[in-house]
Design a protein around this ligand. Structure first.
Ligand code: PLP
Length: 394
């Protein structure tokens, strides 16, 4: 075979995708409760400000810098300074996406066949990101007991001599759970003791539920006890995924941090991935968050309240507690597998939801919905979904 084993995926569309495509081809209506592309959810973007930012004449000059343009890194540092975290712009590397920031970090830390500890349930892309870098993904469970927390004993028991780093998503997608300060102390102590790096994904950190916009929680960017990589970017901070701009902040004990920065510079220099128009525009594109985050939080809070208002005390479904992020998780009776629930909802009711196994939930009976949707779509979809759960459970 001419192609790599690491890309030997099964590329057959799954059953849910087949049914979805068939419905679309037949022109049948679909209430897509998985939509999490903010540019498709009816938010008001300041088009002039965004497009003007991209027209900076400075972008006519090529000024390659492995870390990305200094003025852009200063803007990212300023974002953290507002959260009380003071960084040297030299600690920041700009990338085209968080995925790329993950990839750079993985290449820096691990060799083929090494492993990373990854939370479960979590972001589905971790499977691809680890595999594309020839790494083993070893899951550590998050358990729900009124709120989500790390199963610390399980995490410790899964560390092997080949483990290089622990990933933490703050707040996690889709569980919406922030990593508490005690958990942060536990993770850093564990990384120190076992010579592991800590990789923290904070893309959703500005979206604490029920709060005013902005960072309500501690940031891992400040963390210097263990070698720590903190990832974030425009796709969630300013709801601008199409601008392709993210970053990784490197922190940690001085000597280790220095080495990591020097080597990361070579990786970043090999790619020089951020385009000049976006780098020049970053200060203004970050400002856009002040217009987007309040709208998004209002939407998330009101959709969540609507969902709760429809789930009565005797309802067969319940919503798991979330602290942040763009998703809601419904627990439904495991009379069907979560795949069957999703298929049934799509075929019978034209409602698309994500079955829990997309995110590696530990058992059946979890459905994931996006809270970004326009209320009319969200509310109709939720009514149909809950009616189906009620009628099937009878
Ligand atoms: C946890 C998490 N990290 C990162 C991303 C994507 O970030 P980017 O668009 O910068 O690759 C997502 C997107 O949904 C996400 O859920």
């Amino acid at each position: 075979m001419m192609l790599s084993k690491r890309t030997n995926w099964s590329l057959q569309p799954n059953e849910l995708t087949k049914v979805y495509r068939a419905r679309r081809e037949q022109g049948l209506p679909i209430l897509d409760l998985t939509e999490s592309n903010p540019t498709q959810c009816g938010f008001q973007y300041d088009a002039n400000k965004i497009l003007n930012a991209l027209g900076n004449s400075r972008a006519l000059i090529y000024e390659p810098d492995p870390r990305g343009l200094l003025s852009a890194r200063r803007a990212a540092a300023e974002y953290y300074a507002e959260r009380g975290v003071h960084l040297d712009p030299e600690q920041i590397f700009l990338t085209a996406s968080t995925s790329e920031a993950y990839s750079f970090t993985f290449r820096l830390l691990a060799d083929a066949g090494d492993s990373l500890l990854v939370p479960r349930p979590s972001y589905p892309l971790f499977d691809f990101l680890t595999r594309l870098n020839d790494l083993d993904r070893i899951d550590y469970p998050l358990v729900y007991d009124g709120h989500w927390q790390i199963d610390r004993t399980a995490l410790l028991s899964r560390i092997t001599p080949r483990t290089r780093a622990v990933l933490a998503v703050h707040p996690n997608n889709p569980t919406g759970s922030f990593i508490s300060r005690e958990e942060t102390d536990f993770l850093t102590a564990c990384c120190q003791e076992h010579s592991l790096a800590l990789i923290a994904d904070e893309v959703f950190s500005d979206y604490a539920h029920g709060s005013t916009p902005g960072f309500q929680q501690h940031s891992f960017a400040r963390e210097a006890r263990a070698l720590t990589f903190t990832l974030s970017g425009l796709s969630k901070i300013s709801a601008l995924p199409q601008m392709k701009c993210a970053w990784v902040v490197v922190n940690g004990p001085e000597a280790l941090r220095r080495q990591a920065l020097d080597r990361m510079e070579v990786i970043a220099d090999t790619f020089l991935s951020l385009s000049a128009p976006v780098a020049c525009a970053l200060p203004q594109l970050l400002e856009i968050r002040h217009q987007m985050q309040p709208q998004i939080l209002r939407r998330i809070n009101s959709n969540r309240e609507y969902l709760d208002s429809q789930i009565g005390p005797s309802s067969e479904a319940c919503r798991l507690k979330t602290e942040g992020g763009w998703y809601a998780i419904l627990r439904v009776p495991a009379i069907h597998s979560d795949e069957e629930w999703a298929l049934r909802l799509l075929k019978e009711d034209g409602v698309l939801v994500h079955p829990g196994h997309f995110y590696d939930f530990p058992s059946e009976g979890y459905l994931v919905l996006s809270l970004l949707l326009m209320p009319a779509i969200f509310e109709e979809g939720v009514r149909k979904l809950l009616a189906r759960v009620a009628s099937d459970s009878r």
